[in-house]
Design a protein. Structure first.
Length: 255
């Protein structure tokens, strides 16, 4: 895998394989396969709940949750459909998907806030001194009727400390957030080995009911402005300052 084409960075499959190259980090990656009838059936039998994601896509658009219980069902956006047979589900899924390549990813039963799932965005950036640093962290709560947490898809950004309150207290909470930031840093170091040119990543981490972190996605052009949704602007100002030092979101010079 090389840095020969920047376009490869848009591929979730390529970005997943970068993490799988590292034995320690691979423990945090949900099982992921290329979408096919065979792979979907095998993953549903194994995990009972999976996500079908476009290989190239952003903002959570096109993500479909598929479940196997007494029946088969899938949810796309706010629409939920149920089928008695796998072939019925598969046929309907193929009509619901756009004409592009997809992945099947092991579903993680995420922690919730007021009955809404949430995940975590960890921002890792090169400082003006060219040293990797975990500069930002924030929770993203899904819209009550949706399956994705993205801010651009009706998700609500909230302080991670608030979201972890029912699950962790005081020093344990601080230590856990620190461990998530360190995981983001380790992922940045791994990406640096394979793609030495880029300077920022946004790591989306889902936390399961046992408080195990799972790397749901790595974004190689992360949006710093989500951190502006926090009341305390200190984190946002730092993230934006680092982004600008890395050549992104520079103020427009007026003539």
């Amino acid at each position: 895998m090389s840095m020969s084409r920047a376009t490869t960075l848009g591929s979730k499959w390529v970005k997943t394989k970068v993490l799988l190259l590292n034995k320690e980090l691979s423990k945090f990656v949900p099982e992921t396969r290329i979408y096919s009838q065979e792979n979907l059936l095998a993953m549903l039998n194994k995990h009972k709940m999976v996500y079908v994601k476009p290989i190239n896509g952003s903002f959570g658009q096109g993500v479909i949750r598929v479940e196997k219980n007494e029946h088969y069902r899938f949810q796309s956006g706010k629409v939920v459909r149920t089928y008695r047979t796998f072939l019925g589900l598969f046929s309907a899924l193929n009509k619901a998907k756009l004409n592009r390549s997809y992945l099947v990813q092991q579903g993680i039963h995420l922690l919730t806030h007021q009955k809404r799932i949430f995940d975590t965005r960890i921002m890792v950036q090169k400082s003006p001194n060219k040293i990797w640093e975990a500069t930002g962290y924030i929770g993203r709560v899904a819209h009550p009727a949706k399956i994705v947490t993205n801010f651009h898809n009706s998700g609500k950004p909230l302080p991670l400390e608030l979201l972890f309150d029912p699950y962790l207290k005081n020093q344990k909470k601080d230590a856990y957030i620190k461990s998530l930031r360190h995981l983001g840093y380790r992922i940045a170091m791994q990406y640096q080995k394979v793609y030495p040119k880029f300077k920022e990543i946004g790591v989306d981490i889902g936390i399961d009911k046992n408080l195990k972190p799972w790397v749901l996605e790595v974004n190689t052009a992360p949006d710093p402005f989500i951190f502006n949704q926090l009341k305390d602007k200190k984190m946002f100002f730092k993230v934006l300052r680092y982004s600008r030092a890395n050549g992104r979101f520079l103020p427009v010079k007026r003539k």
